[in-house]
Design a protein around this ligand. Structure first.
Ligand code: NAP
Length: 433
C-alpha cells in the first residue's frame, strides 16, 4: 500500500488525489490536509461569490473525497501542528498543494497606509476567510483604486459596483454584503501600468463589467491603439480588447445616467500612496510601452483614493524545512519535484496563473513523477502513523463527514436568495460539525 499526503485541499490538491486514485486504485491511501476545518481552498475563498457556476467544480472533488481510501484532515497546520519532516517520515510522498495565498507586495512608499489592501485580504474579506473576516475596509469615501489589470482586479471592481439584487444567488458573506450596500464609492479606477493590448483580463469576465445595473465602464478612446493592430493579438486578448473598444464607445449621455463609474486608467504605474495614516491619494507616473515593458515618462499625477486594493498577484507561503524560491514566490522545484518524496503542484509549483482546470494536468504530472521516483511502496506507516501522532498532540482533526455537517449548517442559515451563509470563524466552524 502506498501512502500519499497532500497538503492543501484546493483544486490542485483534489486533482492530485484523483490522479493517484486513477493510477493506483485500491493500492493507495491518500490523506488531504488543510489548515482550515473546511475544504476547497481557492474555490471557497478565491473564486468570486457571484461566480457560483465555477464553484460547482467542488462536486467533482467531492466524488474523490467520498472514496474510502481518501481522507480529509481539516484544522491541521502543516509546519506548526506537524512538521513537514514528520509527514515525510510517515508517507511515501508528500505533495504540497498550498496555492499562493499571500499578496505580492506593491513595494512603493505608503503601501502600509490605512485602507490599502492586497487582493488576498480584500477577496478573503468578502469571501469569509477567517483570517480576513475582520478586515472592515472603510467604504465611506468616493473613490476606490484597484491596481492591476487581471481577472482579480475585475472581480474586486465588480464586487464594489454591484447592487443587492445583483448579489442574488451568490454566497457573499453577510458582513461584506452589509458593508457594500452602505458603500459611498462612486468612482472605481482600474489602474494598469501597461496598455489595452497588455491586459490579463479574459473576455467573459471583462464583458460582465458592461452588464452592471448601476455602473458604467469608461475607457478613454485615446488610449486604444489603432484597431488594425488588434489582428496581431492572441484570440482571447483580442476579444477582451473588443470589450474595451465597446466601453470606449459608450456615449457620455448614457454613462452619466448611472451613479457609478468604473474607469480604466492605462499607462499608469503606481509610484506612491499619499495620506495621513489613511490613504488619500495615489501618485502615478505616466508610462509608455517599449518592447512590452512599461517605461516611466517622468510625468506624474495624483488620483484621489479613499480605498486602494492592489491586485498584482500572489505568492506561496513558505513552510519551515521546504526550499523556497524567494524571487519567484513559490517552492523551489523542478517540474514539481522539490526532492524525491516531496513535491508541489498548482500555484505552489508554477505561480498564480491559469484557470482552475490548469491544475488537473499538474496533478496527473506529479503523480507520474512519484511513480517514477518510487515504483513500489516504501513501507511507510501512513495514516495510522499520523493518527497516533495527532492523538499524542491532541490535534482536533476535522473529517470530511464533519465538513458535510458544517456545510449543512451553512446551508440552513443562508439568506433566502443564497446557497449558504459561510461561517467566518474557525471556532464556529468546529462547533457546527
Ligand atoms: P494576473 O492575471 O497576473 O494580473 C496581475 C496584474 O497586475 C497585471 O495586470 C500586472 O501588470 C499587474 N501588476 C503586477 N505587478 C504590478 C505592479 N508592481 N504595479 C502595477 N501593476 C502590476 O493576476 P491576478 O489577476 O491576480 O490573477 C491570478 C490568476 O487567477 C490568473 O490566471 C487569473 O486569470 C486567474 N483568475 C481567474 C478568474 C476567472 O476566471 N474568473 C478570476 C480571478 C482570477 P503587468 O502585466 O504589466 O505585469
Amino acid at each position: 500500500m502506498r501512502h500519499i499526503a497532500i497538503v492543501g485541499s484546493g483544486p490542485a490538491g483534489y486533482y492530485t488525489a484523483e490522479a493517484a486514485q486513477k493510477l493506483w486504485g485500491e493500492d493507495v491511501c491518500i490523506d488531504i490536509f488543510d489548515m482550515l476545518p473546511v475544504p476547497y481552498g481557492l474555490i471557497r475563498f478565491g473564486v468570486a461569490p457571484d461566480h457560483q457556476s465555477i464553484k460547482g467544480v467542488t462536486r467533482r472533488y467531492e466524488q474523490t473525497a467520498l472514496c474510502g481510501n481518501v481522507r480529509f484532515l481539516g484544522n491541521v497546520k502543516v509546519g506548526e501542528d506537524v512538521a513537514i519532516g514528520e509527514l515525510q517520515e510517515l508517507y511515501d510522498a508528500v505533495v504540497l498543494a498550498t496555492g499562493a495565498p499571500r499578496d505580492r507586495e506593491l513595494g512603493i512608499p505608503g503601501d502600509h497606509l490605512g485602507n490599502v489592501f492586497g487582493s488576498a485580504a480584500f477577496v478573503g474579506w468578502y469571501n469569509g476567510h477567517p483570517e480576513f473576516a475582520a478586515l472592515s475596509p472603510d467604504l465611506s469615501g468616493q473613490t476606490a483604486v484597484v491596481i492591476g489589470m487581471g481577472n482579480v482586479a475585475l472581480d474586486v471592481a465588480r464586487i464594489l459596483a454591484k447592487t443587492r439584487e445583483e448579489f442574488a444567488g451568490s454566497d457573499i458573506v453577510a458582513h461584506a454584503l452589509d458593508a457594500l450596500m452602505a458603500s459611498r464609492i462612486r468612482r472605481i479606477v482600474i489602474l494598469g501600468r501597461r496598455g489595452p493590448h497588455q491586459i490579463m483580463m479574459t473576455p467573459k469576465e471583462l464583458g460582465e463589467l458592461g452588464q452592471l445595473s448601476r455602473a458604467a465602464p469608461y475607457v478613454d478612446p485615446r488610449d486604444l491603439p489603432d484597431a488594425a493592430e488588434d489582428a496581431l493579438l492572441e484570440p482571447g486578448i483580442r476579444k477582451s480588447v473588443a470589450h474595451l473598444r465597446s466601453f470606449a464607445a459608450i456615449p457620455e449621455s448614457i454613462r452619466g445616467e448611472l451613479p457609478l463609474e468604473v474607469e480604466f486608467d492605462f499607462f499608469a504605474a503606481p509610484r506612491g500612496l499619499v495620506g495621513d495614516g489613511r490613504v488619500r491619494a495615489l501618485s502615478v507616473e505616466r508610462t509608455r510601452v517599449e518592447a512590452g515593458r512599461a517605461v516611466g515618462t517622468g510625468t506624474f499625477y495624483e488620483i484621489p483614493a479613499d480605498l486602494v486594493v492592489s491586485c498584482i498577484g500572489y505568492q506561496t507561503s513558505p513552510i519551515a524545512g521546504v526550499p523556497f524560491d524567494e524571487r519567484a514566490g513559490r517552492f523551489a522545484n523542478d517540474e514539481g519535484r522539490i526532492l524525491p518524496g516531496l513535491y508541489c503542484v498548482g500555484w505552489a509549483r508554477r505561480g498564480p496563473s491559469g484557470t482552475i482546470g490548469t491544475n488537473r494536468p499538474d496533478g496527473f504530472g506529479v503523480v507520474d513523477m512519484i511513480a517514477e521516483d518510487f515504483p513500489s511502496s516504501r513501507g511507510k506507516a501512513g495514516r495510522e502513523g499520523f493518527d497516533a501522532l495527532a492523538a499524542r498532540r491532541g490535534l482536533e482533526v476535522v473529517s470530511f463527514d464533519d465538513w458535510k455537517r458544517i456545510e449543512e449548517a451553512e446551508q440552513a442559515r443562508a439568506r433566502s436568495d443564497a446557497p449558504r451563509e459561510k461561517f467566518v470563524d474557525v471556532e464556529e466552524m468546529i462547533r457546527a460539525r
